[in-house]
Design a protein around this ligand. Structure first.
Ligand code: ARG
Length: 444
């Protein structure tokens, strides 16, 4: 194979080459780092290509025998791609070229028919949308597993008192269960958006060609959409091209919400682990060390997770702006949406995986937490108690600015009467919601 990702650089024919080849620097500059992303995108393009070939079969452009040969060649391509024997080098321009070239070299004339009724403009969108849909669904699955894990911890530790903060100042008592449950429920809100985004991008652009439809040949757009996009289709060919960047921004918005929740979770855990707090501990196996201070156990996983949100947000910002001011129709500017999308979704997935691995190692120190709930944190509670005794709240507020001594954890938590408060953390309802979201993911 000549087109290994690490292969020798050598001029190759582009799909669009008619006579002389452009200067090598033109290819190099316009491809940029896109070939790296196209290497990862190749199997998604293969799925869309297979559906397109079968669609061509249904309208008689390729024969049954040619379909069989092309299917076999695509299977072979996937195997050698998985083994790292084929990839996209910058000289190839893109994965679309690699696939067509491979099919032509494997099966000859049938390979040369595959581009009938398509353009790289709809091809790249099909591959990207499949990548986005599958990655978002996988993010949703991992997020639901994490939410469930947090809910189990919430149930176990709802009677453990801990300080709640506003402005990073001690504010009111809360419970460890309430803290865990808060992140669990937030993740469920994020998953709603992730599922929405996955379904929104799950629409076939195939058959729209370069952006202006396909003359003469009546493609089976609906049948192709059924085989790879669960029957969903973008109807208008102009809309297909207008969607580039917008669909990606929506996909990354879903992921960014998850990344933001991981950022907040990582911030809490980092603070709680500081020796001055001493609320939590985790084993050395999930920390890193210092080259100069032998005693250090650093929470780098949490810090990288926290910082990743900013990367995702930067990619989102690029996605929101790269299509702006462009006239309708394809522009090569839009190529930049690919790396941004894949970097953002990949980083979110990695961060979610890392946080899911980290969280089970966290153990809370009950005594430290209890001791940190100091008497002044009960002033609001004391004022509210006086309301029950008939005092207007503002008067009670003014006469309860100090509190000395405090009751035990159980007594404090027993003062909460409303579901969703510390000690009354909602778990079962949210576990049901986890199951419902899993069902929605299984049957979109
Ligand atoms: N790499 C290109 C992209 O991502 C593929 C589409 C190329 N189309 C074209 N008309 N040059 O946009």
């Amino acid at each position: 194979m000549t087109n290994r990702p690490d292969g020798e650089s050598q001029p190759r024919e582009t799909l669009w080459q008619k006579g002389s080849r452009p200067n090598e620097w033109v290819i190099k500059y316009t491809v940029g780092d896109d070939y790296v992303w196209d290497t990862a995108l190749l199997p998604f393009d293969v799925r869309a290509t297979r559906a397109h070939i079968h669609g061509l079969g249904r309208i008689g452009v390729v024969t049954e025998e040619e379909i069989r040969q092309l299917d076999d060649a695509l299977d072979k391509l996937l195997i050698i791609w998985r083994d790292g024997e084929i990839g996209v080098a910058f000289e190839d321009e893109d994965c679309h070229t690699v696939i067509e070239r491979f099919l032509t070299s494997e099966v000859g004339p049938a390979g040369a028919k595959v581009h009938t009724g398509r353009s790289r403009n709809d091809q790249v969108l099909a591959a990207l949308r499949l990548y986005e849909r599958d990655t978002l669904r996988s993010i949703a699955h991992t997020a639901l597993d994490l939410s469930e894990e947090l809910l189990h911890a919430a149930r176990r530790l709802d009677s453990w008192l801990m300080p709640g903060y506003t402005h990073t100042q001690r504010a009111m008592p809360t419970s460890v269960g309430q803290w865990y449950g808060g992140f669990a429920e937030t993740i469920l809100e994020d998953v709603e958006l992730v599922i929405f985004a996955a379904n929104a991008v799950n629409k076939s652009p195939l058959g729209s060609g370069a952006g202006y439809g396909i003359p003469h040949i009546q493609l089976d757009r609906v049948g192709v959409a059924e085989s790879v996009f669960e029957g969903r289709l973008i109807h208008n060919s102009t809309a297909v091209q207008l969607s580039r960047g917008k669909a990606e921004a929506l996909a990354v918005t879903g992921a960014a919400q998850v990344a933001l929740t991981m950022n907040r979770l990582a911030s809490d855990l980092t603070l709680f682990a500081s020796q001055d707090f001493g609320f939590i501990e985790f084993p050395e196996s999930v920390t890193t060390g210092s080259s100069i201070m032998p005693h250090k156990k650093n929470p780098d996983v949490l810090e990288i997770a926290r910082a990743t949100f900013h990367r995702v947000n930067a990619e989102l910002s690029l996605l929101m702006s790269v299509g702006a001011n462009l006239t309708s129709g394809y522009h090569r500017d839009l190529q930049l949406t690919k790396g941004a999308t894949m970097r953002a979704l990949g980083a979110t997935q990695d961060t979610l995986d890392a946080m899911s691995r980290f969280v089970p190692h966290v153990s809370f120190n009950r005594a430290r937490l209890d001791a940190a709930v100091s008497a002044p944190m009960l002033t609001a509670g004391n004022a509210l108690k006086s309301v029950l005794e008939g005092q207007p709240f503002r008067d009670a507020y003014r006469s309860n600015t100090q509190a000395e001594g405090r009751p035990g954890a159980d007594e404090i938590l027993a003062t909460y009467k409303t579901a969703g408060s510390p000690g009354r953390t909602v778990v079962e309802l949210l576990l049901e919601r986890v199951s419902e979201l899993r069902r929605r993911l299984a049957e979109p």
